[in-house]
Design a protein around this ligand. Sequence first.
Ligand code: FRU
Length: 483
Amino acid sequence: MIFALEFLLLISFFYKSEASIISNSYFPAYHLAPPKGWMNDPNGFCIYKSEYHLFYQYNPNSSYEPGIAHWGHAKSRDLFTWENLPIAMYPDKSYDKTGVFSGSALVEDNIMFLFYTGNVNLPGSTPDHEQQQALAISKDGINVTKYARNPILKGLEHQPNIRDPKVWKHGSSYYMVLGNSFVNGSNQTLGRALLYKSDNKITWEQVSVLHESNGDLGYMFECPDFFELDGKYVLLFSPQGVKADGDDYKNLFQTGYIIGDFNYETYEFKPLTQFRELDHGHDFYATQTILDKSNNRIVIAWNDMWETNYPEQKEGFTGQMTIPRILLLSQNLTLIQKPVGEVAKILDGLVFTGRGIGGQNFILKDNIGLISISASVERDFVLHFESEDDSRALIIKYDSQNHTVSLDRGGEDGLRRTRWTPVNAMNMNIYVDKSSIELFCGDGEITFSSRYFPVGQSIIRVGTQSIADILTLNSIKPTVYLN
Ligand code: FRU
């Protein structure tokens, strides 16, 4: 214990003794979060005049509820340093008056084409809401004008849930995938993804049902995305209504993918895999992907989950985005995620590197930084994130006997766990940012993205029986500010 205390003091010394100045805010240092109010899904992710633009579902009026969705807006050159821009879209038209819902962007000839869902609630009617697809345009990357003849695609009769258009170009045609909920012959409500085609971005016709739930994949697909990766096709979506099954599907809603083959002549998607969760943490939803400046497929997600009510609400903001990640396809058709290369530029100095011995304590000042671990595959490895309030502690564990990795943030439903068999070494990279933790296992074959809310300075402690051959701590420079 004395040793541990001394060690802690020593590490604190390296921090030039600023460690005691702990900002109490949960506002992130390098993840995009709303300046105030509520953020959910990423929307309209694109590159416009060499800058990344990211829109998002936004309620400027309250951090306690999604309210009536607007599109918030930020831009960045490096995917970490974000500049907040004025609200891009307000719910001010008859067809979107109860929500400018999620959608995507396509950039052509320096014009941003923003496709989204207009939501209209119809209290007392059946169905009680209507969703239609709409278009908006920006010629300067800031000011957005809604198309005068919206909606461009009307809803389906008796199927009120049809939303979240993701649009891309292939050859000389445009394609749109939409999430939908439909009632089948046996009166079951099931989720599905619909594919549409257009020659002019305005007139759309449905060409196929890309995929539909047989019941196992729930009653609604939200935020579908469809793209080619290494010669295969990925249908990435967020199904609602998938039942928890052991360690799987434990969040309220999931985000996952199916890999398959696709033919642009028949519009048929032939799955080669089952549905798999993309991330195993508590907070990963409503993904959106684009090709980055180097033509990598990158993904970003809402680093939060519906119905969570986290303590940050009291600070006037809710929600943040994950670190953007490159998506790669492995030999066995699973997706691998790696933080985008730009992450190297935000590392701000080595805090510690050496062997990690059971009981050692470390701190990352203000709970911001990167922890990298390399340990034997044959031993269990445990890392504790202690908090002044024990109920807000977190534990990461690699279990060598059962071949699992877990993240437990305590409380009811705190445990998330999945199978993992690292091959040569047990490697982990753990990005910590005030109120979030993103764990990348191995080469990124397993990730956990969770929010957690330590009280005060979190102390990072190597489990008593654990040894890391190399444990490295890096500080990370803040790139996101409240403004
Ligand atoms: C997903 C979602 C979308 C919808 C948006 C509304 O989180 O429910 O389907 O467009 O959020 O904010």
